[in-house]
Design a protein. Structure first.
Ligand SMILES: Nc1ncnc2c1ncn2[C@@H]1O[C@H](COP(=O)(O)OP(=O)(O)OP(=O)(O)O)[C@@H](O)[C@H]1O
Length: 299
């Protein structure tokens, strides 16, 4: 009997390049001797609902999703609600594809499909923030709303430049949040313009932002919190440090976290894997060690 593969793709992700390669990808999965069930998503939460519906009805060994980090987040959120968790394959066809850089996947979709058929299955950490899952990043502050407020039509036409332009619009309005951060026995009180808890070598399309040694299965996230700079020169220095992955800066707190809580006097909007993740004044984040299994390329 053939093993079952559920293939979910977002036809609108990135520049819709999945449409060009659909037939080659399905042929590749067929050669892997799978019986394939295919769904195209129609909008928000669709990928999550498809995963839950299909996997409650039938046994699937492999769930492959194609889209951006938002689609992957929805698929993982669905799988986390199920007792029996299938292996996940990711075909990155989104705009920035941050998480894909951790999986050593080729840029070409048919080649990435081959990796899914022959790659290495490994257990990967994910995060949970106030009951919502994230694959590689939970963030607040400067630029983070650009990740979910950039209109899809601009992403389809301009690609990653759409995010950069949307981010530039926000430069004149930096807002600081006064927060108390608790992590193990450490308590920090300060004004922050940006913060993220991440498990990725690339965030917002910028590589090295969380340092050079990011491990996906060590039970730890990198926590990075940027203090409010006092003037434009300091601000520019902080941005340069972040882009170069130089976390040894007077304005940046950076440390490894398994669990962390943040308390703010006001509601703070969060972005989870580049999508809107809700507003909170109290946040609890935990690393769920090796909670999913996903396929990655081998060197
Ligand atoms: N058919 C569809 N039309 C419009 N939006 C969709 C459709 N299917 C899914 N979506 C929504 O599109 C959003 C973004 O998708 P996704 O992350 O896959 O692509 P992207 O935003 O282009 O890529 P990236 O996250 O890398 O920037 C998700 O919130 C998803 O729910």
């Amino acid at each position: 009997m053939k093993n079952k593969l559920l293939f979910i793709y977002n036809p609108m992700a990135g520049k819709s390049k999945i449409k060009t390669w659909l037939s080659s990808i399905v042929e590749c999965f067929g050669r892997g001797n799978y019986e394939i069930v295919i769904y195209a998503t129609k909008g928000k939460k669709d990928a999550k609902n498809i995963v839950i519906d299909c996997l409650k009805r039938d046994d699937y060994e492999l769930v492959v999703c194609s889209g951006g980090d938002g689609t992957l987040n929805e698929v993982i959120s669905g799988i986390m609600e199920l007792e029996k968790k299938p292996v996940i394959g990711f075909l990155p066809s989104g705009t920035t594809n941050d998480f894909a850089s951790n999986l050593k996947l080729p840029k070409s979709l048919p080649k990435a499909a081959k990796v899914i058929m022959h790659g290495e299955v490994f257990p990967c950490d994910i995060g949970v923030i106030n009951g919502k899952y994230f694959t590689y990043t939970a963030a607040f502050g400067l630029f983070t709303d650009a990740s979910y407020e950039t209109p899809q039509i601009y992403k389809n036409t301009l690609g990653r430049m759409a995010y950069i332009l949307e981010g530039i619009k926000r430069l004149p309005n930096w807002k600081a949040y006064h927060m108390e951060i608790k992590c193990e026995d450490r308590v920090i009180n300060d004004n922050f313009i940006y913060g993220m808890v991440t498990n990725s070598v690339s965030v917002g399309g910028f590589k090295g932002i969380a340092g050079k040694d990011v491990l996906l299965d060590d039970g730890l996230f990198e926590g990075i919190f940027v203090k409010m700079p006092q003037n434009v020169i300091e601000f520019q220095a902080v941005i340069n440090d972040l882009l170069k992955g130089n976390l040894n800066s007077d304005f940046i707190y950076s440390f490894l976290v398994k669990e962390i809580s943040l308390l703010c006097e006001e509601m703070v909007p969060w972005s989870l894997d580049g999508e809107y993740g809700g507003e909170y004044n109290t946040v609890e984040i935990k690393n769920l060690h090796k909670a999913i299994t996903i396929i990655r390329g081998v060197d």
